[in-house]
Design a protein around this ligand. Structure first.
Ligand code: CA
Ligand code: CA
Ligand code: CA
Length: 225
């Protein structure tokens, strides 16, 4: 019996020795080692995997990409069959938006990636919002103007003033930090935090009563090159 126990102990020890000294250098967590796909709309819907909720005057619709051929040929080759079109009319500049709940550890990512198809100079503005929990829960508690009370909001506004597809790779460091969290990109799942709790896409027109129209695809979190 003693021999068996000793044998097991040696196997366990040698196993951990291999892990500690013999193996390759520890790799970064797999989740941070390649881009994280938020949505490419190839399932032909925006209401599941992930479920996008919409609010105010935005009109989302899944469109076939077969007629969207202008712009960067590299992007054209990567958009697949479906993308998400956003249109809507402004009420005092603001149109509306959509969002999705993620609840992931996004601390290893340093860029936000998106393909945007513009319809010329007056396509409208697209504001990307990333909500990073900082008070150890999966909620984003907000004040009357919807700004986070205890968490960070990273936002970036893009003026869609081009025609056809364009890939945008935006470093998180270029986002504006709003809200009253730690004012730091640290969306981990530690201590009950929801990490990157949700993202939102907000549409704003170029004039007070104007409208917006653009198509988005391949939303990802990535690594700076
Ligand atoms: Ca697609
Ligand atoms: Ca929170
Ligand atoms: Ca933070």
């Amino acid at each position: 019996m003693k021999k068996i126990v000793l044998g097991l102990l040696i196997i366990l020890l040698s196993g951990s020795m291999v892990l500690a000294f013999g193996g390759p250098a520890p790799e970064a967590p797999a989740k941070a080692a390649y881009p994280y796909l938020i949505d490419n709309f190839e399932d032909g819907t925006y209401t599941k995997d992930p479920e996008w909720f919409s609010f105010d005057g935005i009109v989302p619709s899944i469109v076939k990409t077969s007629t969207l051929r202008e712009g960067d040929p590299k992007v054209v080759s990567l958009i697949g069959q479906y993308a998400l079109n956003l249109t809507g009319s402004a009420r005092d500049w603001y149109v509306g938006g959509l969002g999705t709940v993620l609840g992931i550890d996004a601390s290893g990512y340093s860029t936000f990636e998106i393909d945007v198809y513009g319809y010329g100079e007056q396509s409208g503005k697209l504001k990307i919002e990333l909500y990073d929990d900082d008070n150890g829960n999966a909620d984003i508690e907000v004040d009357k103007s919807f700004k986070p009370l205890y968490d960070d909001l990273f936002s970036k506004e893009i003026d869609v003033n081009w025609t056809g597809w364009k890939h945008l790779s935006i470093p998180i460091s270029e986002f504006t930090i709003e809200g009253r969290g730690g004012k730091k990109w640290d969306p981990t799942l530690a201590n009950g935090s929801g990490g990157l709790v949700k993202i939102q896409l907000i549409s704003v027109a170029n004039s007070q009563t104007g409208s917006i129209n653009y198509t988005v695809d391949n939303l990802e979190l990535g690594l700076a090159k």
